[in-house]
Design a protein around this ligand. Sequence first.
Ligand code: ATP
Ligand code: MG
Length: 449
Amino acid sequence: MNILLPKEITYALETIQQAGFEAFIVGGCVRDIFIGREVHDFDITTNALPSQILQLFSSFTVLETGIKHGTLTVVINHMPIEITTYRIDGTYTDHRRPDGVLFTKSLMEDLKRRDFTMNALAYNPKTGIIDYFNGKEDIYNKIIRTVGSPDERFTEDGLRIMRALRFSAVLGFQIEEDTKKSIHTYKDKLKYISIERITSEFSKMICGQYVEEVLLEFWDIIDVIIPELSIQSKDDPAYKLSVKTLVNTPPILYLRMATLLHSISKQAILSYEKEENIDNNHSSEKSAFIVKKILQDMRFDKETTNRVYTLIFYYDLDLIEDKPYIKKWMNKLTPKVLKELLQLRRAKSLSQNSKDDKELGKISTINYLIDEIIASKSCYSIKGLAINGQDLIKAGIPQGKLIGEILQKILEEVIEEKVDNNKKDLLHLAKHMYGEGGQQICDLHRSEQ
Ligand code: ATP
Ligand code: MG
């Protein structure tokens, strides 16, 4: 079998081989070639030592970031290629990271340490495919199976649990029975893994096309990661609904996280109330707060965290098919966020047992109205008004907080369609407002200072 490789990879393999060493592409790239997926990065494995690789590629940029693990990144034609010396991982006393790396001369040993059979394939054009663990067959049968005893492999490194779930959710592969059993048995090994690495795998998993089955089968793993969801069992109706809703949510991380976390349990809210000693604020505010904390603890980036927080905070907004009402929300949230909220609400309506046709109708009308407001360039924000602060100052209204207040009031009038959005009418209105109450508001500010 001949695989067409980028010329940079062929060059790197040949350079190493011509110096008398072995070199193969390995791992994810070989797997993805067999699946027919686009390869995002090529890794090379070799029996040459890092110092020898450095010598062979001395005329290229070589990054030494992974040198502790025997990995060098050689940049050829702007393409970064990771070249790693065959290695055996040391013992795993903390179930997390090998204590040290040991280089080996044996490709077999290097492939044996890899997590799944599909990830333990190696290839070069001269030798062809090296497949000691039937990885090719497992790929054809869409099966995820550990290399060697699953109990041992998950005990060594709990991150493999997340990798198995992620690959299954993204590729639609089944996890082999013994591997599956072992994942359930050793789920607590996840506690030894850094939350950043769990979250990174979790994020890819949650956006996977085949995530539904994974979430249902491995509800107990989700429970280890996000106990606040209080998933009761495989058949927990609330969890089932939230999984169904998640599948109907576009595969964008913050949208899917918002859907998943929206179902945050009443129990979590109650214990939060107890802890914080509060009882009188709105429930969506409380859930948004808890959700923010969960996301921060999971080390999601700020942007994702804030987006999910906003979506959950406003999740329950009333759906009213009225233009001024929609303009107010467009102003408050931006059209983009408002539309995202509608996507979440739509996903939920679609997932309920008796589909909520009334709500679905409202959602599509509101979507249509938003598009119409944008297309007709109707004003819904201060920025869209035909006048700005400078115009008010020129008209003799003193600089300061008052300008903003007047603009805000004018916006409300424009949104309510009580006044036309043109400069002349708005200036007239502004002067009128200033004349009426402005002086007073102005004096009030002065006395506050
Ligand atoms: P992706 O497509 O996400 O890059 P990948 O399988 O290539 O998937 P990498 O993290 O790039 O994942 O790892 C490269 C290879 O290293 C894997 O294919 C696998 O052979 C090996 N590997 C990675 N992580 C582990 C692990 N935790 N345990 C054992 N082998 C691993
Ligand atoms: Mg990879």
